[in-house]
Design a protein around this ligand. Sequence first.
Ligand SMILES: [Ca+2]
Ligand SMILES: [Ca+2]
Length: 224
Amino acid sequence: MIEILVVLSIIAIILALLSPTLFRLAGRGDVTETRALLVNISASLKAYATNPDYGVFPPTVLDETFLKVPKSGRFKPNDTNLGIESLVFHLTHEDYVGESPFSEEERFINTDDDEASVALTWTGDKALFEYADAWGNPLIYFNLADLTAGTSQQFRVTTLEGAEVSVSPAKSSKFKNSFAGRSDGFQIISLGPDGEFDTKDDIHSWSVTGSSSEIEDDEENEEE
Ligand SMILES: [Ca+2]
Ligand SMILES: [Ca+2]
């Protein structure tokens, strides 16, 4: 009996020593996974915009005129999660021919609890869905063509916990009046492990794809 207790307590001590490392490794897995998700969505967006049927990136705010649903009371969006709701709608729409980057059904969430008058996705659910990062918070999406770099533009995101977070398109680190990743034409942002906006752990589409070139920004600025 005593021997068993000794063995159990040794195991407990070993687990206690290991757990911070295990937690850290698990956290790193979430970051890796979310980075991969942003890479996949970016690739889908580029394919979307080069498809002659679309020609542009999905809008920053879901445009009612695009919806092929009865005109009356089409949807009741509130003013949060706008970008990601538009992105999810356009890349899961029945007319969308590309491969959806949104592969996990449990990641479709509706933290702000808004809905359309008819189901807009294959789920048959009227919810205006967002897609979650590895920590369960909605991703953030901006079509940069919809925005003006020189003005302050605030949007809001409702987190998994129900907190409303104020978000805005990120500016270039070099040129305050231009957007980060503007050569991509869009921004996708994850709030990261801390669930807060504009903190060090945020994950950005333009940094994970490596396609945002500060040199390109530089050249364009010189031309202006
Ligand atoms: Ca929603
Ligand atoms: Ca963050």
